[in-house]
Ligand binder design. Structure first.
Ligand code: ZN
Length: 100
């Protein structure tokens, strides 16, 4: 008897999984961990942006959307930097290349 669901290997965590339901043909990553879902999302949004690369109207709208978002979240970048302080200091290697 032939198996119904074909298993696939997740390119991120390398486990075998069976794509679910109506997403069988497109699902590349498993949905086991948060990291796989994040990578999957990043990958699909990158592909989406690439497909829109020659679309000037979309680019303009996207640019405005991002600018609006930045206006609404002016502390986003500083907030992200502050979070990095929690890294353990002993594994902190400051590359001399960053200094000039
Ligand atoms: Zn995975």
């Amino acid at each position: 008897m032939k198996k119904k669901g074909k298993s696939r290997k997740c390119p991120f965590c390398h486990i075998l999984f069976i794509p679910c339901g109506n997403n069988v043909h497109r699902q590349k990553y498993c949905c086991g961990t948060d990291e796989c879902r994040k990578v999957s999302h990043r990958d699909s949004s990158r592909r989406y942006r690439e497909s829109k690369r020659d679309d000037r109207k979309w680019k303009k709208e996207e640019c405005e959307r991002v600018k609006d978002w930045q206006k609404q979240h002016p502390d986003y970048w500083t907030r992200k930097k502050k979070r990095k302080i929690f890294l353990p200091t002993h594994s902190y290697v400051i590359s001399p290349r960053h200094k000039k």
